[in-house]
Design a protein around this ligand. Structure first.
Ligand code: ATP
Ligand code: MG
Length: 426
């Protein structure tokens, strides 16, 4: 290995090994490798495999040896602590054929950390000052064990502490420094997120797939992934390009093609949330908003006020849960509730109109529904939600049928209400 060294732009592939027996139980999830993967890919280093291994020397040794044979960069996380089960440092040193020596500079730093808290450094913490020959210690401002950078021929081995906040700080510094200069040159990862509501995942896939699949096989490919969450589908577009501008232009073309086929159900192409989009539209139109909620218990008002600057358009939110409250505070006629039922489009429309009048604003939204598990009927099963939006003189309304737990139905109802409002403001 003597004489060989890591060349600029030579790290193309990486493997991540998360060490810790707790990560093999159902009690702890290995989140570090997700962060590591995200950061490495942002500078063009491709993660080709990852592994989780317990605090077991022979298993770690084998895995590490295999990774070293396969990829340019091996990142290990966890097991750098002072206790007996922390063996990453020793195993790596052994596989690489290096001796470990005590680094007094590191030990002094650890001692100072303990002293600053009025404590004496336990003797076992000296182990965290053990460094394989040739390793560079990476400053860990949030903890005791430093990260370690080792070069082995034309390969790099990186040891990072397990606690996520410690790892993140150390890795981010490398991503902007040492690792960046070794990462593939002229590489820029560009991403764009399209957000969609009011369609199912399979419907989005059916419509979008013929468009995005063509881009996957381009000479300069764009990759698309679909992510579904409650009441919302996201299309994540990624491409790599020699400059950010070139990448952004490519994503802009695909974005336009996707919006052309998916239409109005795409509410955001720049990362903004549904609440923000609705807020911007209200500001543009100079409208102020009142909301009257029943089953969502204030969630709609809460979501609307999550956006900074919402005082420019949010005026009133009332939760009228009982029939009596719908009458007392909004003025919804008790007869209407009796004849139509509290969960009905006519009641929702009346709630919206009354809220709009009471608040003396331009726009109002009302939600009334059945969360369950009890209270459903054949005609109005659990999950039935009536939503009305009053922007024009005549309100619009729709009935939805949502599935899931109470909290799922509440969220989906607010999502549908925000979307109905967005469409009315367009
Ligand atoms: P320490 O110096 O704190 O002992 P360490 O490098 O030995 O650091 P571990 O003891 O393995 O790290 O883990 C410390 C903490 O970080 C634990 O709470 C552990 O669950 C968490 N942790 C370790 N590895 C991961 C991982 N891959 N993803 C998320 N959390 C992790
Ligand atoms: Mg540990």
């Amino acid at each position: 290995m003597a004489g060989m060294s890591v060349q600029a732009h030579s790290l193309a592939t990486a493997e991540v090994i998360a060490v810790g027996s707790e990560l093999l139980t159902s009690l702890r999830i290995d989140t570090n490798s997700l962060f590591i993967t995200d950061r490495l890919e942002s500078i063009g280093i491709k993660v080709v495999a990852k592994a989780v291994v317990g605090d077991d020397g022979p298993s770690l040794s084998t895995l590490f040896q295999q990774a070293l044979d396969r990829v340019d960069l091996v990142v290990l996380t966890g097991g750098l602590g002072p206790t007996d089960d922390d063996l990453t440092r020793a195993v790596v040193a052994e596989v690489l054929g290096r001796h470990c020596r005590e680094d007094l500079g590191i030990i002094e730093k650890i001692q100072r950390r303990f002293n600053a808290r009025g404590l004496k450094m336990p003797e076992i913490n000296r182990r965290q000052g053990l460094v394989p020959d040739g390793a560079v210690a990476l400053d860990n401002p949030n903890g005791t064990a430093p990260g370690l950078w080792l070069e082995h021929g034309n390969k790099v081995v990186l040891l990072l502490p397990g606690p996520p906040n410690e790892l993140k700080t150390i890795l981010q510094a490398l991503i902007e420094g040492r690792l960046l200069s070794l990462a593939p040159s002229n590489f820029h990862l560009c991403r764009r997120i399209l957000r969609i509501t009011g369609r199912t995942e399979s419907n989005v896939e059916e419509i979008a797939q013929p468009v995005y699949s063509l881009w996957k096989n381009h000479a300069t490919p764009v990759y698309t992934t679909i992510l579904a969450s409650l009441g919302q589908i996201e299309l994540h577009l990624t491409t790599s390009a020699e400059t950010l501008t070139v990448g952004a232009e490519r994503l802009e073309i695909l974005t336009k093609e996707l919006v052309a086929v998916l239409g109005h159900s795409v509410f955001s192409t720049d990362g903004s949330t549904l609440e923000e989009i609705v807020g911007n539209k209200l500001v543009e139109r100079g409208h102020r908003l009142a909301v009257a909620e029943s089953c969502t218990g204030g969630l709609l008002a809460s979501r609307l006020t999550d956006t900074p600057g919402s005082s420019r358009y949010f005026d009133l939110g009332v939760v009228t849960y009982s029939n009596q409250a719908k009458n007392n505070y909004l003025g919804v006629s008790p007869d209407l509730i009796v004849t139509e039922g509290a969960v009905s489009e006519l009641v929702a429309r009346e709630m919206a109109l009354c809220a709009r009048t009471k608040a003396d604003v331009h726009a109002a939204v009302a939600i009334t529904g059945i969360l369950g598990p009890g209270g459903g009927t054949t005609q109005k099963p659990v999950g039935t939600v009536a939503i009305a939006v009053a922007v024009s003189p005549e309100p619009v309304s729709r009935t939805f049928h949502f599935l899931g737990l109470r909290s799922d139905i509440k969220f989906q109802a607010t999502q549908a209400a925000l979307d109905l409002l967005r469409r009315e403001l367009e």
